[in-house]
Design a protein around this ligand. Sequence first.
Ligand code: TRP
Length: 368
Amino acid sequence: MKEIMNPWEVKGEINYEKLIEKFGLSPLRQLPDIFEKNVLFRRKIIFAHRDIQRILEAIKSKKKFVMMTGLMPTGKFHLGHLILAEQMIFYQKLGAKIYIAVADVEAYNARGQSLEDSRKIAIEQYITNYIALGLNPKNCEIYFQSERSKDSEKSNAYYRLQNLLARYATFNEFKAVYGEISPGKMISSLLQASDMLHAQLPEFEKKCPVIVPVGIDQDPHIRLARDISKRIKDFDFEQLSSTYHFFMPGLSKGKMSSSDENSFIALTDSPKEVETKIKKYAFSGGRDTLEEHRKKGGNPDVDVSFQYLRFFFEPDDEKLKRIEEDYRSGKLLTGELKMILILKINEFLKEHQKKREVAKKEVGKFLQ
Ligand code: TRP
C-alpha cells in the first residue's frame, strides 16, 4: 500500500526514521525521572520532540506552562486515543494548565461533519472518556473551535489571532507543508495555529511555554504555527514545544482508526467483542504451525497483541520482558499471548466503563 500521510489522512506503513529526518525532529533521549516513570516515555512510544527543554525548565523551576491539544471528533474513542489522554493527565499532574480544543470547525471543513454531530461525539466519546481516565476539571479548559468562550474578550482574542496570523503564511508554504490544500483546510490550519498559540495571549495565560503532544501526522500544523508565530511582531510568543508518539497499531496493522471498524477496540466494547476482535483480527507475529512456532519462535515486534501490552496493558517491565522472551523462544503461543491481552483489556474496561457512568454526570464541569 502506498504511504499517505498528512494531517487529514494516514495510510500504509509509516517510516518514522525517515520522517524524523525529513521534518527535522529531535529524537527523545533520557529524560528526568518523573518522565521515565511513565510507560510512554520509558518505552520510547513518545520518541521525538521539538524544544522540549523549555518544558523541562518550566517544571524544574516550577514556572507556569500549558499543555495544549485538540481532538477531531469523528467516530468512537478507541485504544489509540489513550496515548494522548494519558499525556493530558500526566502533564496535568505535573502542574500544567490543560487546554483541549474540540476541532469541530476542522471536522466541518476537512470532513464535512456538522457542528452538532461533532459536539455530540466530542462529549459522549472523547470528553467522557478523558474524565473517566482521570482528567481533573481544575486547571483544564475544554472548548469548541466554533465557540471559544462566552467571554467576548477571550473569544475575540482567539479569533483575532487566527485572522492576523494569515498575513504571515504564503500559499506556497501551505502547498509545501500540506500537499493538497483547499480554503477550508487553510482556515483550519490557521485556526489550529491559534489553538496552539492563543494560550499565551494577555487574555489567557500570558507568555509561557506550551507543549503540544501529537501524532507525527500533525507536524505540518506545528511547523506552520512555529514559523508564523516568529514572523508576527504584534505578539511576543515563546516558541512552541512538541512531542511525537507512535500510532497505536490497528488490529490488522496500519493505524488504529475510528473510520475502520475492524481496526480498533473501542472503550465501550463488551468483553465478548474484545475477545472476538483480538482472536479474529489481531495481527500475529507467530508462525503458521505449532511445530514451526515451537522451533523458531514468534516475532513480538510485529505482533499486535504484544504491542498493545507494550503500549499500555503491561506496565511492569519485568513481566513484559518475560512475555517477549517466551514468545521469541516459541514457549508462548499466539493463542496464549492473545489470551493474556484479552484478560488485561477486559479487566481495564470493566473498571473504566463503571467510571464512564460517573463521568457522564461530570461533563458540565468541564465545559464553561
Ligand atoms: N488537527 C487535530 C486532529 O486532527 C486536532 C487539533 C485541533 C489539534 N487543534 C489542535 C491538535 C491543536 C493539537 C493542537 O486531530
